[in-house]
Design a protein around this ligand. Sequence first.
Ligand SMILES: Cc1cc2nc3c(=O)[nH]c(=O)nc-3n(C[C@H](O)[C@H](O)[C@H](O)COP(=O)(O)OP(=O)(O)OC[C@H]3O[C@@H](n4cnc5c(N)ncnc54)[C@H](O)[C@@H]3O)c2cc1C
Length: 407
Amino acid sequence: MQNSVVVIGGGPAGLMAAEVISLRGGRVDVYDSMPSLGRKFLMAGKSGLNITHSEPFEKFVARYGKRRTQIEPMLKQFGPEELCQWVQGLGIETFVGTSGRVFPVGMRASPLLRAWLRRLRDSGVIFHLRHKWTGQIDSGGNNSILLRFESPDGEKIVQADAVLLALGGGSWSRLGSDGAWVPWLEKRGAQVEPLKPSNCGFDVDWSPHFRERFDGYPIKSVVLSFGSFRQQGEFIVTKEGVEGSLIYAASALLRDEIDSRGQAALALDLSPARSHEWLAERLSKPRGSRTMSSHLEKTVGIKGVKAGLLHEFVSKEDFASADKLAFFIKNLPVPLIRTRPIDEAISSAGGVKFESLDEHLMLRSMPGVFCAGEMLDWEAPTGGYLLTACFASGFVAGQGIVQWLDA
Ligand SMILES: Cc1cc2nc3c(=O)[nH]c(=O)nc-3n(C[C@H](O)[C@H](O)[C@H](O)COP(=O)(O)OP(=O)(O)OC[C@H]3O[C@@H](n4cnc5c(N)ncnc54)[C@H](O)[C@@H]3O)c2cc1C
């Protein structure tokens, strides 16, 4: 194979495709608008690079919800196990954390990315930084494709035999993936589901007192329920609302509810280890001259931000009834008014619809142009599922390009 392939987007998906193609002897040029590669990947490593998850495959694939059908065949080609072996092949061991999440030893992304880029360079992949694709893509005759880039040296026109678009989703645009490609691909006949925040926070209409007093406070070991979703964990109160791992885990359901009904209310169990009866019995003890806050703390151990939440959402009358207060400690409704902006989300939902792609991730409306990574229409919770599917789709698209060019 001696054709020339252009990969646009130097994140995990684009780089994985570049590796697959270069290993088969193809010439690969990677273009990225940023001054360095893999910025979001590096950001993912800031709080511990959760590369994948060790749970059984059946449970793993279920994390992709409605898109399981499309993602599962990719994970069968390059799934969590292959990904761990691949990381080890770069000289970096992996380990399984207590939650079953898998991390590279050292937790950071930078040693992994450095080793990977070195290996890609050694195998002949050429990187072109500060090259922004502007959406221009035309036929160049003889089955070739012409692309236009803005670069520090002005406009550049590049010819390729096949193209991989791995432009990322629509969150954290300052790291490079800004979702600007959506109208460009729509104009070329691709169907694109609008990008939405995923693994995101929500706005809550806090009272000025609560907002002032509890901004930045963690709420630990509570159970969040919403419909069939029920999970114990923690989250953070922000000036605007709520964010953090437990909120992200339920965020797709909460977002869809807000989209269809205009609002959503999650329910919190502030005292998961205690029963309603235990709480009601303790709360009904005489309060004497104690304030309500001190009564709550002395009898059932609820204080600080958890007590603040109760004051925020429970009426004075209900507070006065031990039984009702116990009920709200176990089922406190927290109304959410909207998602935080997509730019703040960990990832985005929506993207190029699978109906517009063949099984090798080639756009049906643009033969020779493939797509991979977060720009495809799928979403998953945090836990390593995002990166795993980005790598897997890059792998599948890379193989698809090799086959396309061979044919
Ligand atoms: C704070 C944070 C923490 C995260 N933590 C984790 C985690 O622990 N585990 C996990 O699984 N996932 C995590 N993620 C998600 C994960 O990082 C992304 O899903 C993944 O990076 C997406 O890979 P990608 O290759 O599809 O796109 P990206 O990594 O977004 O790369 C796309 C590339 O395309 C380039 N590009 C875009 N448009 C153009 C253009 N027009 N011209 C040229 N270049 C362009 C961009 O500059 C960018 O380099 C995290 C995300 C964030 C924001």
